[in-house]
Design a protein around this ligand. Structure first.
Ligand SMILES: Nc1ncnc2c1ncn2[C@@H]1O[C@H](COP(=O)(O)OP(=O)(O)O)[C@@H](O)[C@H]1O
Ligand SMILES: [Mg+2]
Length: 408
């Protein structure tokens, strides 16, 4: 019954009831990941089929069910004192306290190989406390460039402020948040509002599974409970019901009330962070004609956020990213020329001479293919020209030819 790595400290409780076949039991231990509990079932000395990992809320529901079914806690007498509820409240609290403790002592790294990771990480000039690790921690992009302009945003993240990043498409709004999370080891959930995201996906819904009606948390309560970072991408396309759910959570320590689930209250985990991105709100409103269908966001709503404008990297910074991403093959002079071409395409986009934006992602992809083929025009076909309208392709080709003489 004991797994080899199990210690007494992991043991939380044993719940029994007598049956004709012998003592039926449930056993609860601390899960491998923060805020999770493992529950196993069996009869007498034989383990049963059930061996699963649940969160605190799920465990609480199980304890209530076992209580109804006549299971009795078989724990040290001191523990027998309080009610099952009080015990679970204590354990939830302890799991948080313990995750915090281990984080500050640098030995909860979300991995099992015993490598000690630092308790904080420096991004720009700001020290940010590290999370406990999660399956949803994004992968680090070592070539990612944190401009000094980003320091204020990182400080807001440390201070648990709600942050909205506005800027043109491909400027690096989403990847900035992901790269901070990657370095500080927080899991990230993204929810794009410019698509089929419904209030059900966002908040949660009831469904029938195996004859039972169960509630499925949407991304918002999931992120709040598990201490994930939630990015509400393209918030200017969100449905009013989603904005209404968000509004409550925008207050510091704001709680979510799941009306559909009997007004259950979801408290934010201390690691939970909320971000939004948008193209054409606030200071970016004058570019609304470039982003069809975006809703205007009222100032009262915007006032609940710290709103930062993210511009494209400067040509120098972008050349730097190219060199770092495609090291050791990409040279400074090549990167400088490519960054200049990207900057000119973006200026044309803002003048409406071009209808497609030119993201850093597109530039990197073009440069990579150019290194492989040795031919900028051939590389531009799949990386740029095939993705845009023929007039745009012709316009970009002229800019490219202006900077790269095909005969040279
Ligand atoms: N500061 C940066 N350093 C390195 N790469 C960047 C940077 N900013 C943006 N990029 C690149 O540009 C791509 C597009 O950025 P993204 O975050 O998706 O833009 P947005 O969310 O603003 O549309 C990213 O995948 C990344 O490769
Ligand atoms: Mg994005």
């Amino acid at each position: 019954m004991n797994s080899p790595e199990m210690t007494d400290n992991d043991f939380l409780g044993f719940y029994r009831r007598a049956t004709e076949a012998g003592d039926q039991w449930w056993r609860v231990t601390i899960g491998d990941r923060p805020h999770t509990y493992r529950i196993e079932q069996g009869i007498g000395d034989t383990a049963g089929d059930i061996d699963l990992v649940v969160d605190a809320e799920n465990l609480r529901a199980k304890l209530k069910k076992w209580h109804r079914e006549g299971f009795v806690a078989d724990a040290p007498s001191a523990e027998r004192e309080g009610s099952a509820d009080a015990r679970v409240a204590f354990l939830g609290e302890l799991a948080r306290a313990s995750a915090n403790y281990r984080r500050h002592h640098g030995d909860d790294d979300g991995r099992s190989d015993g490598v000690r990771l630092p308790a904080t990480v420096r991004i720009g000039t700001i020290e940010i406390p590290c999370g406990g690790g999660h399956a949803l921690v994004p992968r680090i992009n070592p070539a990612y460039l944190f401009s000094p302009r980003f320091d204020d945003i990182v400080l807001d993240i440390v201070e648990n402020k709600r942050v909205m990043l506005i800027g043109h498409t491909g400027a690096g709004k989403t990847s900035f948040i992901e790269q901070v999370a990657a370095r500080a080891r927080y899991g990230v959930l993204r929810s794009n509002m410019n698509g089929q995201t419904t209030a059900g996906d966002f908040v949660g819904f009831w469904t029938v599974k195996g004859g039972e009606t169960i509630w499925v948390d949407g991304v918002l309560p999931t992120a709040m409970r598990e201490g994930l970072w939630l990015i509400v991408d393209e918030i200017d396309f969100a449905e009013p019901s989603i904005l209404a759910a968000l509004t409550a959570v925008l207050e510091p320590q704001g709680r979510l009330v799941l009306k559909e689930k009997g007004h259950e209250i979801v408290e934010p985990h201390p690691d939970f962070r909320l971000f939004a991105t948008a193209n054409a709100v606030g200071a970016m409103s004058r570019f609304r004609h470039l982003y069809q269908g975006a809703n205007l966001m009222n100032e009262a709503f915007l006032d609940r956020w710290r709103v930062y404008r993210i511009d494209y990297l400067s040509p120098e910074e972008e050349a730097d990213v190219l060199v770092r991403t495609l090291a050791p093959h990409m040279t400074r002079p090549l990167a400088g020329t490519l960054a200049t071409i990207a900057a000119e395409c973006r200026a044309a986009f803002l003048r409406e001479d071009l209808s497609s934006a030119f993201s850093t992602r597109r530039l990197i992809d073009w440069a990579e293919l150019m290194l492989r083929t040795g031919d900028p025009e051939r590389a531009a076909e799949p990386a740029i020209y095939a993705k845009v309208a023929p007039e745009d392709a012709a316009f970009i080709r002229a800019i490219v030819r202006h900077h790269i003489d095909p005969g040279s």
